[in-house]
Design a protein around this ligand. Structure first.
Ligand code: ZN
Length: 255
């Protein structure tokens, strides 16, 4: 395992070095902006689930979060009268200005809830972070990491990285809920659950094709009680969601 990881890191190091050389010696890399996903909106209906927008107060001393359907005036925070946006203040501050984020909270009639977020990078690749780096900083402990597959009609199964995450307890607090966090990356026509595979693909495209496609980080999170496995219904949700987030103009085609 350790040897595998060392080999992966060595390959990535070599690719990074080649990328640096390519940056210096090869023709300029063209940013294509191409991605096979829709970039305008997430679907409202996914199977039995209905999605709603989430609105974030931009006042740093409030930071209220509201389902849009709960508000009559969707422009102003009901608590502090601050401005409401569909991107949180932290996301706006941390991520590059050319980042695009789509987000919806979905719920069915049986109490199941799921938050879907797609972060699109543009020319600046810093828009996309690996959750293994971000989650610990937000007080989460990753308990399990596994690669699972979602069968899709007419194509190979979609590979997804699934993390089981627990919120770190602080003195006097006890958290009995877990978070199942599932994600994959999509760039151009390519899909992968692996951060390292994404980096390799980006480097190879830069070196051998002089191109940089647009990348997206598709993530889904479900909060649930310990001992409850949401994967059976989450897998069905992803199978329903997948065709709805593909770009209609590119669906079924390849470069
Ligand atoms: Zn507010």
């Amino acid at each position: 395992m350790r040897n595998d990881r060392s080999r992966i890191l060595l390959v990535i190091g070599l690719l990074m070095g080649l990328t640096a050389l390519a940056t210096a010696w090869l023709p300029e890399v063209a940013y294509t902006g191409y991605i096979r996903l829709r970039t305008d909106t997430l679907p409202t209906l996914v199977g039995e689930f209905r999605g709603m927008d989430i609105l974030y107060c931009q006042n740093e001393s409030c930071l209220g979060v509201y389902p849009s359907e709960s508000l009559e005036n969707k422009a102003v925070c009901p608590r502090c009268q601050g401005r409401l946006e569909m991107t949180s203040l932290a996301e706006r501050i941390i991520l590059p200005a050319d980042t695009c984020i789509l987000k919806k909270q979905y719920h069915d009639g049986s109490g199941n809830e799921i938050l879907v977020t797609i972060v699109f990078s543009a020319e600046n690749q810093r828009s996309i972070h690996r959750p293994q780096r971000c989650l610990p900083g937000q007080g989460f402990v990753i308990e399990k990491t596994e690669t699972l597959t979602v069968p899709l009609p007419g194509r190979p199964p979609l590979e997804i990285m699934v993390l089981t995450v627990r919120q770190q307890a602080t003195p006097g607090s006890h958290f009995s809920h877990l978070l199942t966090f599932a994600y994959w990356y999509a760039g151009g026509d390519y899909e992968t659950p692996s951060h390292y595979d994404r980096l390799s693909r980006t480097a190879l495209d830069r070196i051998f094709r002089n191109r940089l496609d647009r990348w997206a980080y598709v993530s889904l999170s479900v909060s649930h009680a310990a001992g409850v496995d949401p994967w059976p219904w989450l897998k069905g949700f992803i199978a329903d969601l997948y065709p709805l987030i593909q770009s209609p103009s590119d669906a079924g085609s390849s470069r």
